[in-house]
Design a protein around this ligand. Sequence first.
Ligand code: NAI
Ligand code: 15L
Length: 268
Amino acid sequence: MTTTPFNRLLLTGAAGGLGKVLRERLKGYAEVLRLSDIAPMAPAAGPHEEVVTCDLADKAAVHALVEGVDAILHFGGVSTEHSFEDILGPNICGVFHIYEAARQHGVKRIIFASSNHVIGFYRQDEQIDAHALRRPDSYYGLSKSYGEDMASFYFDRYGIETVSIRIGSSFPEPQNRRMLASWLSYDDLTQLIERSLYTADVGHTVVYGASANLTQWWDNRYAAHLGFAPKDSSERFRPAVEAQPAPAADDPSMVYQGGAFVAAGPFN
Ligand code: NAI
Ligand code: 15L
């Protein structure tokens, strides 16, 4: 696959866990990487970098943020379960602001950090593909589901292409039994992002982001055109994970694909 660098790529959520990883790994994919977050970013901008502080809930600020970029990796926002009110601005208004700014500035490709929590109420003994009805497990999962709909609408209406990556659990290593199935290594995430940036004619593609783990809940047949071929597996971490005390068999973390998110809240 040819990976000619983009002129300017925008990464939102750049101060976050995955943002810090991608800041390093996206070098080489763009002449200039524009890094944005509401939180302070360290280190300050280096060569071939721009740092822009921006609240995704601020429409005018996001409009300015998107000017001059060729593609967007939208990783910013609230990343765990919170009250609807806390999620509304960053995730729901935020994703609208990103797409609307993309339309106005002529950006043609977005990589959207969606989540397994869009389908978190499926059970761990089920296998699903991207055409399975969504079963969001949280207000957070609902916001990602809305983001995927935003992506679908902006492709059908305006031709802006998106790859929505339903990321499983992307951390240095799986932290519990559930993550033995949902883990996505940083190397596999990077490969998936490269494929999502450079594959032609993706329309709106939904792809599950998991490594080649022994247990597979997610079937990527509808994203085969991306050619994503994960290389890592959680198996080498199994002994350490299984040395942890086992949760009860009916604990949500052992039953549902979304794990504990299905039982978070209510928030009043
Ligand atoms: P994170 O919470 O470490 O990073 C999210 C970043 O978004 C933070 O730096 C935060 O300051 C920023 N942010 C929050 N509200 C904002 C606002 N109003 N305006 C601008 N920026 C704001 O999360 P992480 O793990 O790095 O995840 C990155 C993205 O990937 C998130 O969208 C998350 O939902 C998604 N994701 C991550 C998974 C994982 O396993 N790490 C799994 C599934 C999805
Ligand atoms: C997510 O969507 C979250 O952003 C991340 O922090 C993890 O909780 C992950 O899902 C997961 O399901 O493990």
